[in-house]
Design a binder for this molecule. Sequence first.
Ligand code: SF4
Length: 266
Amino acid sequence: MSELRASSLPLLMKCTGSLTLPYDYTKSENAEKGATWGTLLHTWVQTGLVRGPKQLCNLFEKALDLSGMRGRRLEFWPEGGSHEGEVSVFVGGMGPGEAPEIEVTRRAIKQEGWVTGHYDYQHWFLDGELWIDDLKTGKYYPNPLPGSQGWNPDLDVGENRFPQDPKSAQLKTYALAISELEEYKGDVWISVTHWPRLPLIYRHAPPTRLWHRWSHADLMGHWTDLKVMYATHEANQTESSMILDPGDHCRFCPARNACLVAKEFE
Ligand code: SF4
């Protein structure tokens, strides 16, 4: 078993067995294009430059104009912040009776017992509060008309059926790690900025941003939750009865091809 990626935590918290099955990271052509869009967009956010395959650059230039984002980069990601950081949090290996001690680093430690991840942007507000932003470029799933396949009666038509979550375990882990590294004990603001590649109507609109604020006590509680999750994950490696919990999240599970209880989805 190697390190856990912070991006896999939201799925792991829903289905603890999901990391026990073999992952299939084979990318379809569409997924490859999605990854290229993500790289292009992250480069522009960090530098203001449009660089990549010519055809995609043309599509991105068009999106910048139609969305009105061409002149708004620094409004969303102000100067003075830092882009692209790496963190690792140690969540395993504590024996009975040992005093809890948080270990975090600004590099990826690819070893058992560590959760590693990359965050997109860190900034300090003028009042001294910490802000961390994560940029998501995955597809937007608009809720269809009532009665259509995939319609969710709890959402308005056009609302995202699988919205980004600023309270996700992935982003909370970044908040925990960075506040510890900065020796900061105040509230941490998390934003998740979603600029999807598809459908086009959402690529051609400005990105949406959702916010959440965590207290230092919340983040300490999260560190405990991570340790419990890791212990469960470790137990799943050795027990024949791993816990598989299917649901809508199976759509995003890289192990679904090997899973016999994966939920069907359209
Ligand atoms: S496909 Fe669903 S049930 Fe199966 S491992 Fe993944 S999340 Fe769990």
